[in-house]
Design a binder for this molecule. Structure first.
Ligand SMILES: [Zn+2]
Length: 335
């Protein structure tokens, strides 16, 4: 089965085979985590603390780990240092003991910061980002339609956008014309998912999304998840939603940033119209370090190239938005 792609706050989507536990609610550990004679460091407890410490960063509070801890259930030196930092900065302990005990002040403070998000929070955030994503996709389709119907040279702006984001000008005329049709079909399909979700058997655009209340990452999407069955094992199939984690709810995720994230995830979620998966060959804007070397072929399979093109069609500005960061493709960009 295809893995989910998880979007961390920094870097590329990382493939994971299992979904994080989305039970949410209070932070609960069974035995102490950290250092000293009390610490047991049971893997599940360590994971809970690692995930919670990451969410401190996502929520914009001081004292969380940068870069994020790997949530692997192993209490290594980075996790230990993060516990001590958090105690010093957030619990105001002058000489931190470096251990998180059930029901004690460190975990209570963690709990206070890491407020679980719910569907209501998700809908409020989507209410601002989703209309922008819709407008961006409509503008993208219009740009491509202009070039297809009137031919290259009719709209220099539309040509220029396609060339900068997808390097169509590096292809032969026949390849260019086929790439434009593929782009037209792919952007149209991404737009259909949020404009006419009933065509995909969904009751509304919101159904394409789900909240992942205990996940510090921004988003999780299974490639071509829109074609997964709606029901699996008698229940809702999580693969059929773009799942938005804590990262999506951070104050730094403005409506524009939110729209960019939705565009990126929608490209994974639908895939390319010819059946190819859209992956992360590089993160960033068309003129960023990790995008510049990508060939037209790679860009036509690259999520941020789709998000960047549609976003520029929305704003009509080729200037890189402040929230777009560059990172290498694949696992190299993961933290
Ligand atoms: Zn991605």
């Amino acid at each position: 089965m295809a893995p989910f792609l998880v979007m961390p706050t920094v870097g590329c989507c990382i493939p994971v085979s299992t979904l994080p536990d989305a039970s949410g609610g209070a932070i609960v550990i069974t035995k102490p985590v950290g250092q000293g004679p009390l610490a047991r460091n049971l893997p599940d407890d360590v994971k809970v603390i690692q995930d919670a410490l990451n969410q401190v960063v996502v929520n914009g509070e001081a004292g969380g780990p940068i870069p994020f801890l790997v949530v692997d259930g192993i209490k290594g030196p980075k996790t230990q240092a993060a516990i001590i930092d958090f105690q010093r900065v957030q619990v105001k302990i002058p000489n931190p003991d470096g251990v998180v005990e059930p029901g004690k002040q460190t975990i209570l403070r963690l709990d206070q910061i890491v407020t679980p998000k719910n569907k209501f929070d998700l809908n409020a955030k989507l209410a601002l980002a989703l209309p922008l994503a819709r407008t961006a996709l409509a503008a993208a389709v219009r740009n491509i339609t202009t070039v297809i119907t009137a031919g290259p040279g009719f709209s220099l702006t539309a040509d220029d956008r396609l060339n900068r984001h997808f390097r169509l000008d590096s292809l032969s005329p026949a390849e260019q014309s086929s790439a434009r049709v593929t782009l037209f079909e792919t952007f149209s399909e991404m737009a259909l998912v949020i404009n006419q979700p009933d065509l995909f058997g969904m009751f509304g655009a919101i159904e394409a999304f789900d909240v992942d209340p205990s996940n510090a990452k921004i988003a999780l999407t299974r490639p071509q998840g829109v074609f997964e069955p709606a029901v699996i094992d008698g229940g809702d199939n999580p693969a059929r939603h773009i799942r938005l984690g804590f990262g999506f709810f951070a104050p730094t995720v403005t409506p524009n940033f939110g729209a960019f994230i939705l565009l990126h995830e929608l490209s994974h979620f639908t895939g390319r119209r010819d059946g190819e998966s859209i992956d992360d060959h590089g993160r960033g804007w068309f003129n960023d370090t990790f995008i510049v070397p990508l060939s037209a072929e790679k860009r036509l399979l690259n999520a941020d190239s789709y998000a960047g093109f549609a976003f520029e069609c929305l704003t009509e500005s080729p200037v890189k938005p402040p929230f777009v960061t560059t990172a290498p493709g694949g696992l190299g960009g993961a933290r």
